[in-house]
Write a protein that binds this ligand. Sequence first.
Ligand SMILES: C[S@@+](CC[C@H](N)C(=O)[O-])C[C@H]1O[C@@H](n2cnc3c(N)ncnc32)[C@H](O)[C@@H]1O
Length: 218
Amino acid sequence: MLKSGILKMAFRDFDGVYRSNTSFYGERPSPFLVHYLDKFAVDGHGAGLDLGCGQGRNALYLAGRGFDMQAVDGSAEAIAVLESRAREQRLNISGQVADLAALDIAEDRYRLIIANTSLDHLDEAGGARLAAGMQRGLLRGGLLFVSVFMQDDPGYAAQGRQASETAAYVMHYYRPGELRAQFAGLTLLAYQEEYALDTGHGVPHYHAIARLFARRDD
Ligand SMILES: C[S@@+](CC[C@H](N)C(=O)[O-])C[C@H]1O[C@@H](n2cnc3c(N)ncnc32)[C@H](O)[C@@H]1O
């Protein structure tokens, strides 16, 4: 739950964000995603799923790396940009406009599932439901990359200019250790919690963020 009375917005409002800028989060993938895939020498094959993919910077990268990607977002504007880029780059990505809060993920299907700052855009119960589905959706040996905003984030306390311009879209800021606990059924390969400057969109601002890279071994 939010500490302050900051106005909450529906995920559909991301349509306006993406209409205003067709490269809102830039076109480069998350450097942390790239780092973990390289560090653990993950070769690109098999089915991949990007949840809350936005305009597709990570899904496009993963498709280029050889994954057979599905990408889901609630914003039709975002999926339209992703599909247009995929066509331009001759990459085969299946885009889907859907609400993550109601999404059912096929079980034992994916070699890689990612959710880069999107689980936190659901309320706590919705995020927990999706996280459980993500774990079941992985193949044995399948990999998971997740990042979420945490309660030290300036957006949590509505600290004005220090917060991201999309802070009001975050529904659940994670507590210390919460992301790791949410995926305790997986083998943890890497976990970080940090407070860092984000120069990727809007005016430079800070985020408190947790990142996890894990594997399904059961
Ligand atoms: C902070 S952005 C991250 C975008 C992308 N993962 C990236 O790293 O560039 C969060 C994304 O989650 C999507 N989103 C938020 N709530 C959603 C929901 N309930 N269902 C589907 N998508 C949602 C938004 O439309 C937005 O594209």
